[in-house]
Design a protein around this ligand. Structure first.
Ligand code: NAP
Ligand code: 8YV
Length: 318
């Protein structure tokens, strides 16, 4: 008896090795990067793929157009700003993502950045490693800023924003938030004006969705309002912050510092930031723990398996 052929999946960009193994155990997987001429490959072979898996690389409208039988895109990540949803909707292509399983780790990373920049822990670490501690003629390490009890403004009170808010309770922080709409069950004060939230906050943590709707939400006026004693933390998408305005604000000491996990042109980081001690820089690792990445990989698989079995997803991005 013939067994039905397994669905063909187009893999866009490298993935967690464990996920690559799981995918190949279940499906016929083809890595687009292996093709010497990806566009020619898609033109010739695109019709055989019913599924695609991607992550931060996304998938372009042109690539989708070259996949006439595509039914599902399973994204390794909750943010789907690199997937053209207007195109997938028009073609009735399902888009799966990985919400909730990463809330804890992204919230933890927001606090790692917040504490890192306020207490200057990376800079202090460099000071110790350089043998400067206790050296004659060296001043003692400069004082940091107190986090416990400080004012935290959260921009985007979604799944991760709420998790960050709960972490802030442990630090007895005073909390307000901004989003386009107040959140019905949130006990914290809603601020309809982002500039006013920035003016109030000691720490402004950005955790909105990315994409066109939030591009450069954090701009010059918001940074001016945050002021010379305010810190910016970004764990959402680089596109949400006007990076040139941020570099200027840091260089001119218009804000106190920044903790950044994401950048406008990753993996490129503006050269000016590399020499600033009041900036903590991470290579987009907010969800990057063994536990969370494995849970995200499982969700990528579950979304595919459920879709091919029952035309449903565990978590669908809309
Ligand atoms: P979510 O539950 O959909 O929350 C998104 C929040 O953003 C909502 O509160 C939404 O509220 C707000 N928002 C959307 N557009 C806005 C706008 N124009 N102005 C102000 N607020 C706006 O998403 P989530 O699961 O918390 O994830 C949030 C994002 O974090 C993801 O989309 C992803 O880009 C990013 N992320 C980054 C990492 C990382 O590794 N650094 C990891 C995971 C996720 P309203 O609709 O009321 O405006
Ligand atoms: C990345 C993220 O997907 O979930 C998101 O939106 O940005 C991250 O979890 C992850 O780093 C994979 O590249």
């Amino acid at each position: 008896m013939n067994t039905p052929e397994r669905p063909h999946i187009l893999q866009i960009g490298p993935l967690l090795p464990l996920l690559e193994t799981w995918l190949r155990d279940r499906y016929v997987v083809c890595l687009l990067d292996d093709a010497p001429d990806p566009a020619a490959f898609l033109a010739e072979q695109g019709a055989r793929f019913t599924g695609a898996v991607t992550s931060l690389f996304g998938i372009s409208a042109e690539q989708i157009a070259a996949l006439p039988n595509l039914r599902i895109i399973s994204n390794f990540g909750v943010g789907v700003d690199k997937i053209p949803l207007e195109v997938t909707r028009a073609r009735d292509i399902a888009v799966g993502n990985t919400p909730d399983v990463l809330n804890d780790c992204v919230a933890d990373t927001a606090f790692a950045l917040l504490l890192g920049v306020a207490r200057a822990t990376p800079e202090a670490d460099r000071y110790v490693r350089a043998g400067r501690w206790g050296q004659p003629g060296q001043n003692s390490f400069h004082l940091g800023r107190k986090v416990s009890g400080a004012r935290l403004g959260i921009v985007g009170l979604g799944r991760i924003g709420k998790t960050i808010a709960r972490r802030a309770l442990g630090f007895e922080m005073d909390l307000r938030y901004h989003a386009r709409h107040p959140v019905a069950d949130a006990p914290w004060q809603y601020e309809s004006s982002l500039v006013e939230l920035a003016r109030w906050a000691d720490f402004l943590v950005v955790i909105t969705a990315g994409g066109a709707g939030t591009r450069h939400l954090i701009n010059g006026p918001v940074l001016d309002a945050l002021g010379p004693r305010g810190f910016l933390i970004n764990v959402s998408r680089g596109s949400v912050v006007d990076e040139q305005a941020l570099v200027r604000a840091l260089a001119e000491k218009k804000i106190a510092g920044a903790g950044l996990d994401v950048f406008e042109n990753e993996p490129r980081v503006p050269a000016e930031l590399l020499t600033m001690d009041n900036v903590v820089l991470l290579p987009h690792i907010a969800s990057g723990t063994e536990e969370t990445r494995q849970a995200m990989a499982q969700r990528v698989i579950d979304n595919l398996d459920l879709f091919f079995a029952e035309r449903r997803l565990v978590s669908e991005a809309r």
